[in-house]
Ligand binder design. Sequence first.
Ligand SMILES: Cc1cc2nc3c(=O)[nH]c(=O)nc-3n(C[C@H](O)[C@H](O)[C@H](O)COP(=O)(O)OP(=O)(O)OC[C@H]3O[C@@H](n4cnc5c(N)ncnc54)[C@H](O)[C@@H]3O)c2cc1C
Length: 300
Amino acid sequence: MKPAPFTHHRPDTVEDVLELLAELEEAELLAGNQSLGIVMANRLATPDHLIDLNGVDELAGIDVTDGVVRIGAMTRHRTLERSDRLASVLPMVPEAAEQIAGPSVRNQGTLGGSIGEADPAGNYPAALIALDGSLHLRSLEGRRDVPAEEYFIAYMFTELREDELIESVSIQTDPFPPERTGMAFLELKRAAQTWPTVSAATALRVDDPTAADPIVEDVRIALANAADVPLRVEDAEAVLEGEPMTESGLDEVAELVTAAVMPEGEMHADREYKENVAGEYARRSLETSYQRAVHTADGV
Ligand SMILES: Cc1cc2nc3c(=O)[nH]c(=O)nc-3n(C[C@H](O)[C@H](O)[C@H](O)COP(=O)(O)OP(=O)(O)OC[C@H]3O[C@@H](n4cnc5c(N)ncnc54)[C@H](O)[C@@H]3O)c2cc1C
């Protein structure tokens, strides 16, 4: 099937995008077109107008200043995957990016498109929640900031209004200083280049990585494709905080995560299987995060 007819608009500035968004009925933003094109080709969306963001250069880029990482909405997965700057301060982001689909999707797909799509299986929504990131939304009325944790409301339903666009995201680096932090993004895929069955995103800071048994000071755990929104499991985090990492602690975390998630069953993975994978992948991701936090101090 082909998409229904539409008018294509190609503004150069965010201001022009916002004016079009305010003025046009039934308009949709177009970013990397890796998801929207499929939806439109199947006539699950039939916008009258597409507002193409690909000419709006000010929406792309990575900036790290004063302990804040800011990433523009039109930054491609490939750019995030290959950013050495991000790898040194927030390695979860490149790790999440490199596991998205195959090279053709990563070359075109964007951070803003992934968040705009708001699929609970998406990599960045879970990563942003694990990193306590914020979304920066903009309309003609002005800008507003929404913590990632509050942005995703229900299945593919978000805080974003019809007259708004996602301008950028930001993440503070202070809570997770690289020298005492490990983080990981771990996904189970049924086949290469497909969406994940379940993913776990974890970030963890220890008190002293050179100690015999470093204490976990702060930890955040988020799951993708394990509920109708990306899910943070705070009671599992509380089990680990203030303690050294132990097998019994990780067992308890896995149990709590398994109990907390509410996944939809799929053709190749029923609900019970996904619940168990969520618990097990949270555990594995935490083990990796802890090892990375401790190894950071050795320079390994
Ligand atoms: C085969 C395949 C496998 C994939 N596997 C994964 C995976 O494992 N993990 C994963 O995370 N993703 C996966 N994806 C999705 C991929 O990440 C897409 O690129 C992404 O979800 C959409 O980004 P896009 O830039 O192409 O957005 P588009 O398709 O252009 O737009 C998607 C939606 O976002 C809206 N939008 C775009 N930009 C903005 C903005 N700045 N502000 C507000 N709304 C906006 C659009 O209006 C549209 O509704 C996969 C896609 C494919 C085709």
